[in-house]
Design a protein around this ligand. Structure first.
Ligand code: PLP
Length: 385
């Protein structure tokens, strides 16, 4: 277990909310002068938070959530950790590539999604490195899949900790409350100016809700910023999953959890007592933008492709078509129109090289293509590329 910003600022959470050490934090913050120059005179300062580099094995936004959820799984005595999501889920890929590092066996319960190269790459890695990877015909079969997994556990006398898609629970969101405090600390140390807005992709809402709560709390403590940066959440899954109300609700539930553990309310944080923010305060700090979703989750958009090319040419982090390309497109439009900055892009897609698929790794773990015999939908998905 290592020191995370959440623990530094809320010592009562060290015991209550332990975190497994998966990532390398703080992740760097960097200016984006190339992008700014390309957009022309009057463009505000542009910055990026490199959560794409959050871990060597596999980075991106999911690592912070997994640090909390893996620790919770271990505390509950689980031996297996199961992710749920779409075939190309980054959450599932991150889970299979990190779980064994903390002694958990990784499983996944996945349903089909639209085709893309990134989704195929993730699925190949998930199937290769996962232990009990199962396919469902459609997301609506999730309850059936969960019941089956529970039954299998009972038969085998195993204990699995099953995560909801994206790990979007109040506990999972605390990983991103920590990230918000990490950024606030970087601002306080003068590593970057206080951003007026932070732009990121919103899918399951976990990352956005955590940042929203964290920025609000950090600003109240006067850490880094006096006014919290406005969170601009760019939809990569449709309403109502990413409704404004749902995101705020998750942030409120995460605040309740912090209250329950004595970090908010009358209890003392390291910097003084701090009460939980109310709904109206959180609502005001969040803008949800649905204009970049295109035809839906996992669908490639022209704006996303353009953002991927621009970021690559002008010194930004690598983006993907399903998530960060869409938030990248929104970031560029905001930068063009913004009267004031600085603006910060939160890079959420891992830029770590994926391990080879369908080959045993150095540890002897890893499975070959024969595993696809029992996974016909996944095989067809992988072969369509
Ligand atoms: C690369 C990437 N960016 C952004 C998101 C959205 O994060 P969240 O699901 O926490 O809303 C995801 C979710 O899977 C993701 O994989």
């Amino acid at each position: 277990m290592s020191e995370r910003a959440l623990h530094v600022h809320f010592p009562s959470l060290v015991r209550a909310v332990p975190m497994a050490t998966l990532g390398a934090f703080p992740t760097p913050v960097m200016p984006l002068p190339g992008l700014r120059e390309r957009l022309g005179a009057g463009t505000p300062e542009l910055w990026v938070k490199r959560d794409d580099q959050s871990a060597v094995a596999y980075g991106g936004n999911k690592v912070r959530t997994l640090e909390v959820l893996f620790a919770e799984a271990l505390a509950q005595g689980a031996t297996r950790i199961v992710s749920t999501g779409a075939f190309g889920s980054n959450h599932a890929a991150a889970t299979v590539l990190h779980a064994r590092r903390v002694g958990l066996e990784p499983g996944a319960l996945l349903f089909p999604q639209p085709q893309s190269a990134a989704a195929r790459e993730n699925l190949a890695v998930t199937v290769t490195h996962g232990a009990r990877v199962e396919e469902l015909p459609h997301w609506s079969f999730l309850p059936y899949g969960l019941a089956r997994a529970h039954l299998l556990d009972k038969q085998r006398r195993e204990r699995s900790y099953v995560m909801v898609p994206g790990g979007a629970t109040p506990l999972g969101a605390l990983g991103y409350v920590s990230a918000a405090f990490e950024l606030a600390g970087q601002v306080a140390r003068g590593e970057l100016p206080a951003p007026r807005a932070v732009v990121l992709a919103v899918g399951s809402t976990c990352t956005t809700a955590g940042l929203l709560l964290g920025f609000t709390l950090a600003a109240r403590l006067g850490l880094g910023f006096r006014v919290p940066p406005r969170v601009v959440a760019v939809r990569v899954t449709p309403w109502p999953v990413t409704s404004h109300a749902r995101i705020v609700q998750l942030a409120l539930r995460a605040a309740e959890l912090m209250e329950r553990y004595g970090a908010l309310g009358s209890a003392q944080g390291s910097t003084g007592s701090l009460s939980a923010p109310g709904r109206a305060e959180l609502e005001a700090g969040l803008h949800v933008d649905g204009r970049y979703l295109g035809l839906g989750y996992g669908r490639v958009t022209p704006g996303g492709l353009d953002a991927i090319a621009r970021f690559t040419l002008d010194g930004g982090p690598p983006l993907d078509t399903g998530y960060s390309g869409k938030s990248g497109a929104a970031f560029l439009d905001l930068a063009r129109d913004a009267a004031e900055g600085p603006l910060l892009f939160w890079a959420t897609k891992s830029s770590a090289a994926l391990p080879p698929a369908f080959e045993a790794g150095p540890s002897g773990l890893g499975r070959d293509r024969s595993v696809l015999r029992d996974l016909p939908r996944m095989r067809a998905f992988l072969e369509a590329g």
